[in-house]
Write a protein that binds this ligand. Sequence first.
Ligand code: BV8
Length: 229
Amino acid sequence: MSRVVILTGAGISAESGLGTFRAENGLWAQHRVEDVATPEGFRANPALVHQFYNMRRAESAGAEPNAAHIALARLEAELAGGVTVVTQNVDDLHERGGSQNIIHMHGALSGSLCAACDHRWPSVFETSPLDTCPSCGTQATRPDIVWFGEMPYQMERIYRLIQQAEIFAAIGTSGNVYPAAGFAHEARRTGVHTVELNLEPSMVVNDFTETRFGPATQTVPDWVEELLG
Ligand code: BV8
């Protein structure tokens, strides 16, 4: 149980220099989603998909957590009653910013998964279709990332945490992708206070009781200061 449950999206990592998805020069502008973030795309061209995630891994390694990541870690350390970060992001900036209670609902760049036997292991920096699974030996390595059409991780636990929370916040997410985009509606339905911290109104802004607009490195530390104050 956590008093505060926080959903984060690509916008919280934007000021760390990591591309978001839907900005005009964003990740999806450079690659068609179908080609790099679906099981079908992986089957059709595994080399392209490994290349896409190797580039994301390199970018993530070169980025630093920003004031928003650090503020959330401070909130977790200082707020009685607990904080859980549910992130759609596959980078490790929440970990490196000091958060510990994190659910990567769309997987993480740090993990590899065997498409043949479901074995999971820590990913090497540069993966390739030739990599063999350490468990079954098949050349079926893929990033441990949830693609479109695949079930996000720990959904039962996430819904339970949201329903039992006092506050549900969404930070830096456009509200385009489900089921994450539906979390605020679920929170509000169960009487949880909902707040959106974003650069501009998301697609689901009407599901939030409170909204705070601006860059995350400003809005998040201010919000955390108020909660702890
Ligand atoms: C599933 C990993 C079912 C990959 C990702 C029709 C209607 C509704 C739903 C669907 C539909 N057709 C299909 C679906 C389902 C689909 C979906 O929602 N599609 C959408 C596009 C319509 N969803 C799925 O497929 C999901 N699975 O439904 O499974 C199922 C059921 C049974 C059994 C099996 C399966 C799985 C979705 C997961 C896909 N994987 N990520 C990777 O990262 O490479 S999605 C990826 O995109 C992210 O993880 C994230 O979720 C999403 C990106 O969204 P954001 O993070 O919000 O980023 P974005 O760029 O969009 O927005 C950034 C925001 O930040 C903006 O608002 C911007 O203003 C703000 N911002 C920018 N700078 C700042 C800032 N804010 C603050 N400060 C700043 N400085």
